[in-house]
Design a protein around this ligand. Structure first.
Ligand code: SF4
Ligand code: SF4
Length: 92
């Protein structure tokens, strides 16, 4: 089984509450690079021009922590989903 096929075996049990919080004001006033949009392997971050804020589709999170490291402005509060929720890796 190759890596791509292994990834299809993973499952995500979405938590009802987000485990990622974004300080929209920091994004709006201090961030010029928006690294979160570029580094998330699941492409969950997207700038919402209408709302003038960054949004994240937390339910698809792979729990890699990359966004937290990449955000240079400390705009993110990140924790793992509650026990029993979130991504379930079958093959690591
Ligand atoms: S990198 Fe951080 S500050 Fe910039 S848009 Fe993303 S969450 Fe906001
Ligand atoms: S932890 Fe990883 S998968 Fe989840 S939102 Fe951040 S970069 Fe994307």
């Amino acid at each position: 089984m190759d890596a791509t096929e292994k990834l299809t075996k993973n499952a995500i049990k979405p938590d009802g509450e987000s485990h990622i919080a974004i300080d929209a004001e920091v994004c709006r006033t201090r961030c010029t690079e928006r690294y979160c949009e570029r580094v998330c392997p699941a492409t969950l971050y997207e700038w919402n021009a209408e709302a003038d804020r960054m949004v994240v589709e937390y339910a698809g999170c792979l729990e890699c922590g990359t966004c937290l490291v990449a955000c240079r402005e400390d705009a993110l509060s990140w924790r793992y989903p509650r026990g029993g929720w979130g991504v379930q890796y079958r093959y690591g």
